[in-house]
Design a protein around this ligand. Structure first.
Ligand SMILES: NC(=O)c1ccc[n+]([C@@H]2O[C@H](COP(=O)([O-])OP(=O)(O)OC[C@H]3O[C@@H](n4cnc5c(N)ncnc54)[C@H](O)[C@@H]3O)[C@@H](O)[C@H]2O)c1
Length: 341
């Protein structure tokens, strides 16, 4: 297989960001090509959608193959990989379907609504022999990669404290308002807080103990404050779907090391602060996280490489950690020892 043929399934908010990724990868002559787009609602193919991570309006090329039904896509289209951008409650069903149809699958985060569903997806991947990756996009984002490098290399000394924030108003762009239905989205804790929970695991592995307080609003799990306890450091994470509509979306971190502090700026780049020195903008490591995650997954398929950055087993473990946070929140934030089961 010289070039990977890809079908994008679900053309709503985040699919626009993936589409921008495909456009960028095409400009760079990456060995992959988006051959089809499928959405149950044909109006989605032309509609402009504004999401938190702003994306530009899209006009699909006139020769793009389009479908409104996934079974018709599978029956009629020649493709190697499915890029699933469907609402969370459909992730398990369609990932399993596409894997069993012989396609590699990149599925958006969160992996699924429950860890039991995630396990079913892992089984389908193993049994079909097809690769699966979950779109934990921060693992491909330049500012978080600087943070990981600083922790792994120890170049600024030990990490003393890390605070991460991801704050927005309740999403209102979704298909049939699925974000607002907790049984379909899992609430902010599973939909948005999970980005930073996964990042904590990417940086430092499993915590020794956890504590989460939360409150409900229009949805269950509308706001969360989590502490993840590691041997030498506490990570503090805030997640909100309860901001005043119209306020700026916040996705940032502040990492205090013995000899420096690294912050994520509102435009997504990383800034390094050292004592008695002017702050420095750190250079880009990756250009666009969605392009990077697609490119990385395609490379693992085309070159038959193991996925060492973002395995589906790790995405499943992140959902398990969110389940432990919910248990702590149900007991008013009780600090609970944590061991990955
Ligand atoms: N990685 C990120 O930064 C990020 C950001 C936003 C959303 N997400 C995740 O991406 C997923 C999708 O979120 P979204 O904001 O794009 O939602 P959305 O509702 O905007 O888009 C979903 C699309 O799927 C289509 N659809 C629904 N049922 C379908 C079916 N049976 N067959 C074909 N198409 C169908 C809808 O018409 C809609 O266009 C969610 O899991 C969400 O958590 C990730």
């Amino acid at each position: 297989m010289k070039e990977l043929k890809i079908a994008l399934i679900g053309f709503g908010g985040i699919a626009r960001a993936h589409y921008a990724g495909y456009t960028l990868l095409k400009q760079k002559n990456a060995p992959l090509s988006l051959v089809a787009v499928c959405d149950i609602n044909p109006d989605q193919l032309t509609r402009e959608i504004k999401i938190n991570t702003s994306t530009k309006p899209v006009t699909l090329p006139s020769d793009m193959h389009t479908y409104t039904d996934v079974d018709a896509l599978i029956a009629n289209e020649d493709f190697d990989m499915a890029d699933i951008c469907l609402p969370t409650y459909l992730h398990k069903e369609y990932t399993v379907k596409l894997l069993r149809a012989g396609k590699h699958v990149l599925c958006e985060k969160p992996m699924a609504l429950t860890s039991a569903e995630c396990e079913e997806m892992l089984v389908a991947s193993r049994e079909s022999g097809k690769k699966l990756m979950i779109g934990q996009c921060l693992r491909f984002d330049t500012s978080y990669l600087h943070l990981k490098d600083a922790i792994d290399s120890g170049k600024y000394g030990k990490l003393k404290a890390l605070t991460m924030n991801r704050l927005s108003a309740l999403p209102i762009w979704g298909f049939e308002q699925w974000f607002r239905n907790t049984s379909k989205s899992g609430g902010c804790i599973l939909d948005m807080h999970i980005h930073d929970i996964d990042m904590a695991r990417f940086l430092l592995g499993e915590p020794e103990a956890v504590s989460t307080v939360s409150y409900d609003g229009e949805t269950r799990w509308q706001w969360e404050n989590t502490r993840l306890f590691y041997k030498d450091v506490i990570i503090s994470i805030n997640g909100s779907w309860d901001e005043t509509r119209g306020t700026a979306f916040v996705a940032d971190f502040r990492a205090v090391f013995e000899k420096a502090t690294i912050m994520r700026a509102p435009d997504g780049h990383a800034v390094l602060w050292q004592e008695n020195e002017e702050p420095v903008d750190l250079p880009k490591i990756t250009e666009y996280c969605y392009a990077e995650e697609i490119h990385y997954f395609a490379k693992t398929i085309l070159e038959e490489l193991p996925n060492t950055v973002n395995s589906p087993e790790s995405a499943c473990a992140t959902v398990k950690l969110v389940e432990a946070l919910r248990e702590s929140a149900a007991q008013d934030g009780q600090k609970r020892p944590y061991v990955l089961q």
